[in-house]
Design a protein around this ligand. Structure first.
Ligand code: SF4
Length: 583
């Protein structure tokens, strides 16, 4: 950063060798998203396909990781098997802290192992183990096997692994991180699967010095108090993000049954309140987080063969409850947990998989595909069929499930029904709020609801001023890029204002980054777009299926003219950002 080299570990699986090295990144690479983009420029192969062995999978943390609360995320950067483009996915858990305690700003993995393997890395460890016997094992049970790696570092150890979906190169496969966290979207699990890497264990086996003087402990205390003694983070700890279900259902913005409806009285059965009353067992937190927003439900099921009960713990958030709940027409909380549990085992992205299954229900009902193809009776409200569907997605059971695993829009192109594929760049997030969100997710850098606050803009805006909307999207994305360069939890973006991040950078020895924070965040924003363009993206090729134009919210029907205007202006804005960088 500003001349300070980053310490990275590059492991080449083909050679079976790794090297700790200093990486002198360009001036604008703050850390996290910026460091990952700089590393992709060094190691990436823009002209080669996502599964080329030389493509890197990068895990990067930020300059404040390990120093302040909620600096708990890691950026995973890779060439997406889903879009073919440069992509980022973010996850919490213990990974960020383990990388920092191992003494690394980033881990870069290239090459392809000879057989299915586990990579174990730390400040004093670098081992590649053959684990061919774990082939096909699900993402939960493999976690138990991984405990034998890295004795003595438990507590500072993080384990990443893929399920059958990643091994089978399903384009919507995720990486499971520790317990309950994921690099969920855009197919990072398949990127690891292509490297024959079943798991990565990171050992935080070194010490990290803390900044000298009185300023750092004072600032830490202030931030900790803000997070724990004010109501700023209450929402996340109390009901958690599932409180959104009732709110969005009330304003007709909750996608139901493949977005054929935006509200339904059945929401009572899957609301955050119902989960808290009936199924909530405990809450957990990422390392270094005093908030603890991870809600864990208890799934109790009859184990028919033994006439006994089986108990499983399943984490739930708003997004999985929408994608495996309302989107599938499920109105019983335990049914939703059961579908999510199967998804977790297969190592699939829960949002893409739930939304893809919703498309399959409609395609089956309309006769575009047959039950011979789906192999399971898929009907809205029938959890048993969806549990089978998750297994078929992970296992790529036949040609239909292979195509559906590559995305609902691709399945729509193959079988008909592209007009009702709920895909905005990737399967939609749970916000049927209006035109600005639909454009923001469809065209956005990560095709994620977290790229910018388009959903909240839809809810607050009283006018249809496309120029104003696009100005908001670009500015909001820039501020979020600042947060993901650090790499803070985005739930804390209201706490970590630019001024507070500047102060934190100063007390940890990065005064130049603090002085230029806004400008540098803008540079990272532009570089991420440039990498996306260089790897094949063009906003004009993104489709927004007809189903989104049929949506009716509390504001009434969608306005295609306004949507078109927002889209045209946003396209111009992102093209301009990438174009201003040097070749
Ligand atoms: S608020 Fe939740 S997701 Fe964010 S760091 Fe804390 S536990 Fe992790």
């Amino acid at each position: 950063m500003n001349g300070r080299p980053f310490t990275i570990l590059h492991y080449d699986l083909t050679a079976g060798r790794g090297m700790r090295r200093e990486f002198s990144a360009p001036e604008e690479s703050l850390g996290g998203s910026g460091l990952a983009a700089a590393l992709y420029r060094e190691y990436g192969l823009p002209g080669e396909p996502p599964f080329h062995p030389g493509q890197p999978v990068i895990f990067a943390v930020g300059p404040l990781t390990g120093y302040f609360p909620l600096m708990s995320k890691t950026v995973c950067a890779f060439r997406s098997p889903y879009t073919g483009e440069y992509a980022e996915s973010h996850a919490g858990g213990r990974l960020a802290m383990s990388l920092r305690m191992a003494g690394y700003d980033a881990l870069v993995i290239t090459g392809r192992a000879k057989s299915l393997s586990v990579l174990v890395v730390g400040g004093r460890h670098m081992e590649l183990h053959d684990v061919h016997y774990l082939a096909g094992s699900d993402a939960l049970s493999v976690g138990k096997h991984l405990r034998r790696f890295g004795h003595g570092a438990s507590g500072h150890r993080s384990t990443l692994r893929i399920g059958p979906a990643g091994e089978n190169l399903v384009e919507t496969a995720c990486i499971n991180v520790d317990t309950y966290r994921h690099f969920g979207r855009l197919g990072s699990g398949a990127a690891l699967g292509a490297k024959r890497l079943k798991a990565v264990v990171v050992l935080g086996d070194s010490a990290q010095p803390i900044p000298e003087g009185k300023d750092y402990p004072k600032l830490f205390k202030d931030i900790h108090a803000k997070l724990t003694t004010t109501d700023m983070m209450d929402k996340y700890h109390n009901l958690g993000t599932p409180e959104n279900l009732l709110v969005l259902n009330h304003i007709k913005a909750l996608p139901w049954r493949n977005l054929q409806q935006t509200t339904d009285p059945g929401v009572e059965g899957i609301s955050g309140e119902r989960f808290a009353e009936q199924l909530l067992l405990r809450k957990a937190a990422c390392s270094g987080c005093p908030v603890g927003c991870i809600h864990i439900g208890l799934l109790r099921e009859m184990f028919a063969a033994k006439n006994d009960y089986l108990y499983r713990q399943v984490a739930y958030d708003y997004e999985p409850l929408f994608s495996c709940g309302s989107m599938l027409g499920l109105t019983q909380a335990s049914d939703v947990l059961a579908v999510m549990d199967e998804c977790e085992r297969q190592g699939l992205d829960v949002m893409s998989s739930g939304v893809a299954l919703a498309w399959a229900v409609e395609a089956l009902a309309k006769g575009l595909v047959s039950e011979e193809q789906t192999l399971a009776p898929l009907r809205f409200g029938d959890a048993a069929g969806f549990r089978q569907g998750m297994v078929h997605l992970g296992q790529r059971s036949n040609e239909f499930w292979r195509v559906l695993g590559s995305g609902a829009l691709k399945a729509g192109d193959a079988y008909g029904g592209a007009d009702f594929a709920c895909v905005l760049g990737q399967e939609m997030a749970g916000y049927a709020t209006g035109e600005v969100f639909f454009v923001a997710e469809a065209l956005g850098f990560r095709h994620s609801h977290l790229d910018s606050g388009g959903y909240s803009y839809d809810q607050k805006a009283k006018d249809k001023d496309a120029a104003k909307a696009v100005e908001f999207l670009v500015k909001d994305e820039r501020q979020r890029v600042m947060v993901t360069c650090m790499v803070a939890c985005l739930f804390a973006r209201g706490v970590y204002t630019p001024e507070l991040v500047q102060e934190a950078l100063r007390v940890t020895g990065h005064p130049e980054a603090a002085d230029n924070l806004d400008a540098l965040s803008g540079e990272v924003q532009a570089w991420r777009w440039r990498l996306k363009f260089d790897t094949g993206y063009h906003p004009d090729r993104v489709r927004i299926p007809q189903r989104f134009l049929e949506v009716e919210t509390w504001k009434g029907r969608m306005d295609p003219v306004f949507l078109g205007d927002v889209r045209a202006r946003y396209t111009k804005a992102i093209l301009a950002m990438a174009a201003r960088l040097p070749e």
